[in-house]
Design a protein around this ligand. Structure first.
Ligand code: ZN
Ligand code: FE
Length: 257
């Protein structure tokens, strides 16, 4: 499977998937139709399927225009009246599209929104705004318990899994992560690496789950150092890992951005 990374708006990534021997293409979260049409044309591809992770406009805003040009396109998404899907996907379901050789599994990752899903192909996760490199989505609709559960599911995927998230927030996220995890050398070296990439106009996404487990404070709620750091910051004793996650999210929301 080939994956074409399409930057959109100020910091979004849209993902176009296709097999080398087919003209069929699948787009994940088409927030804007214009760059997708350009990529389809440049690569001589025909849009067959759309996968939607959640209802925010930067993820669905291009659907209407795409549907006009490709009236037979199938739109996969979770059950949510805000998402114009014609095929509803559910947690745990495996789906084989005619347009791709690989099967994907649907993972319920509610937290950022109440119906957010992720699409997992072998060692590739399209997770919308649930997990970012060195960060995670804000809790707009779900509870911290929901998001902790969602991130725990992602933590259990194979370490080689590449994370195809929807935003380039990495450097800013690292800035916050350094407050929570100041002695983490992996974080410091990642910051240097990402700075170089961004300075050259490159992308820090996709990132590898293996490295996220070392640097992303929102996946590190089971690490004693992180627990200690959060307890010190809030001057309180924390009992569960879900609560550690909650406090880290609060720390970032209230004191960082
Ligand atoms: Zn969103
Ligand atoms: Fe978004």
């Amino acid at each position: 499977m080939n994956i074409i990374q399409i930057p959109a708006f100020s910091d979004n990534y849209l993902w176009l998937l296709h097999e080398s021997n087919l003209r069929d293409a699948v787009v994940v979260d088409p927030g804007d139709h214009t760059p997708i049409l350009k990529a389809l044309e440049e690569n001589n591809l025909d849009l067959k399927d759309i996968l939607i992770t959640h209802h925010h406009n930067d993820h669905i805003g291009g659907i209407l225009e795409l549907k006009k040009l490709f009236p037979d396109v199938n739109i996969y998404g979770p059950s949510d009246k805000r998402i114009p899907a014609n095929i509803i996907v559910k947690d745990g379901e495996r789906v084989k599209l005619n347009s791709l050789h690989e099967t994907f599994k649907v993972i319920d990752v509610k937290g950022h929104t109440n119906s957010h899903v992720a699409y997992y192909f072998k060692n590739k996760l399209f997770c919308g705004d649930t997990l970012f490199s060195c960060g995670c989505g804000r809790l707009f609709e779900g509870s911290y318990i929901d998001m902790h559960k969602a991130l725990s599911k992602i933590k259990q995927l194979p370490k080689e899994t590449m994370i195809y998230c929807a935003h380039e927030y990495t450097l800013d996220n690292i800035g916050f992560a350094k407050l929570v995890d100041p002695n983490n050398e992996d974080l410091i070296s990642m910051e240097k690496k990402v700075k170089k990439i961004i300075d050259k106009g490159g992308y820090s996404i996709p990132s590898k789950l293996e490295s996220e487990l070392k640097i992303n404070p929102f996946l590190r709620f089971d690490i004693p150092n992180i627990k200690q750091s959060v307890q010190n910051h809030f001057n309180t004793e924390i009992k569960s890992e879900a609560e550690i996650f909650k406090y880290i999210r609060e720390w970032k929301d209230k004191e960082y951005d």
